[in-house]
Write a protein that binds this ligand. Sequence first.
Ligand code: C2E
Ligand code: CA
Ligand code: CA
Ligand code: CA
Length: 277
Amino acid sequence: AKDGGRNTIRDYDPAMLVEAQARLLLLQDLRKAVDAGEFTLFLQPQTGADGTLVAAEALIRWQHPQRGFVAPGAFIAEAEESGLILPIGDWVLMEACHVLRRLADAGSDCHLSVNISPRQFRQPNFCAGVIAALRATRTDPRRLTLEITEGIAVGDCADTAAKMSELAALGISFSLDDFGTGFSSLSYLKRLPVREIKIDRSFVQDVDSNSHNAVLVETMLSIASRLGLKVVAEGVETAAERDFLEDRGCAVFQGYYFDRPMPVEDFITKYMKNPEI
Ligand code: C2E
Ligand code: CA
Ligand code: CA
Ligand code: CA
């Protein structure tokens, strides 16, 4: 009993307890946030090399009364694990469609990309939810792009393909996010109706000076071009990175060099020709 006690003490790691408590608190706060509607969408422009607006990505922000702005990196994984991503994801889709309606009312044909979590996508009623959000806002499905990651097809692959085909038939586009970071990106392109790839920021970073990234990015651009896929380079932070990408055929850019994610109001004021609407 003595030994067991000592072992228990030795194995006890206070840092683990602190972490578990922090997660529990986050989960409680996240539940409240869903009920209280503490989320908002930011928009980050996707532009041509000259900064001409093509589309925007909707990025969720959590405005917590005490924590302040919580970045998605700090809560999306927890939301996914707990299932709270389902009400959050429903909210994001509906809100994104409202934004698309506002953009259309402002006379813009800007497209909007929305991040879809694997768990959200796997819901049996996922397609019905997307269609309902489009209908409720009288939004043209061709303006909506769903950003998915490889994680989406874990499990029932036939189901994934069927859902994507159903939505693609309505005019909705699919973009493969974080392209190049997984192990099966290429087989996805063959099996699923994907229109676009997003070259992950980790490859775009220093692409003009990092020869390893340069080779990888050139290869991705070549694959996309041969397969007739659109490409968005994400995380473009410098003119040198943009120039390198543009010289090799990349047409659409997203990153701090062009603009940061911003509140919808700011986006409309800055990028719409008729912002007063
Ligand atoms: P992501 O989909 O890869 O989104 C791109 C992230 O890169 C965003 O971070 C964006 O703010 C950031 N970013 C854009 N340009 C630059 C740049 O030039 N430099 C740097 N350093 N970063 C840049 P954010 O908004 O913090 O989102 C993080 C992740 O959270 C997203 O990564 C996405 O996976 C997830 N996420 C965001 N919004 C949603 C959402 O509505 N639903 C779901 N399921 N996930 C979301
Ligand atoms: Ca994304
Ligand atoms: Ca991404
Ligand atoms: Ca990324």
